[in-house]
Ligand binder design. Structure first.
Ligand SMILES: N[C@@H](CCC(=O)N[C@@H](CS)C(=O)NCC(=O)O)C(=O)O
Length: 227
């Protein structure tokens, strides 16, 4: 199998953290360079979406969404279970996944509409960015409530799940690339973050300096109205 990725990108990191937690090592990793022209020419041969991660299975099927890749790998490698052992556990993990996936989407809009990183290629909108920043923090507050219900130390139960991987990829990227902290008062989420960040799977990737230079400091530039 082959995984096409940007090692440090928010969505590919979901898969990177998952592979490390799961202990899957036999996948060839092909990392693109975001500082070169985007999209890289090789991406054109991998279907029309033009985003990473993409998993190419042994049979040659291309899977082009991070959550679909995680679902596929869970079915392919069921042990150790990271998707929930019972229908109830699976539902709980999906509940968290949908909240953090919505958060990631809103975070992307905040960045695309207000960060100097995108100012050249995209129409900027302070109004859209502030709306998205508030929506991002709103989703994290929801996730904090869900984390409060859990006995931990992981987001859902006593073992790492795909909800931990997807959440860590999002929060770590927000913090280290854009300088976006957790919203105030999200103590359960903050406690989980401090715990999970120490795991080897969450070791920081190398973020490209020119990207961080332009991206860092987003909250000062365009703050959420309810920090
Ligand atoms: N929904 C997709 C989103 C993937 C995505 O947007 N990836 C970013 C990199 S982190 C990308 O490829 N962006 C390039 C572009 O949109 O042109 C997933 O979950 O995999």
């Amino acid at each position: 199998m082959k995984l096409y990725e940007l090692e440090w990108g928010l969505y590919p990191r979901r898969v990177g953290i998952y592979l490390a937690e799961k202990g899957i090592t036999g996948i060839e990793r092909i990392a693109f360079d975001a500082l070169a022209a985007w999209p890289p020419p090789e991406l054109a041969g991998l279907g029309p979406l033009g985003t990473v991660p993409i998993l190419e299975t042994q049979e040659g099927t291309l899977i082009r969404s991070s959550i679909a890749i995680l679902d596929y790998l869970e079915e392919r490698f069921p042990s150790p279970d990271m998707a929930g052992a019972t229908p109830e556990e699976r539902a709980r993990i999906r509940e968290m996944l949908s909240v953090i996936d919505e958060a990631a989407m809103q975070f992307g809009i905040w960045c695309h509409k207000a960060s100097p990183l995108f100012a050249k290629g995209e129409r900027q909108s302070r109004e859209a960015a502030t709306f998205a920043a508030d929506a991002y923090y709103g989703r994290l507050r929801m996730l904090d409530l869900l984390a409060q219900e859990n006995e931990g130390p992981f987001l859902s139960g006593a073992q790492p799940t795909i909800a931990d991987c997807v959440t860590m990829a999002t929060l770590q990227f927000a913090k280290h690339v854009y300088g976006v902290p957790l919203p105030e008062g999200c103590d359960a989420l903050a406690e989980w973050y401090a715990f999970f960040a120490e795991r080897p799977s969450a070791a920081l990737p190398t973020y490209p300096e020119p990207v961080v230079k332009l991206a860092h400091g987003l909250p000062a530039l365009c703050p959420p109205t309810c920090p």
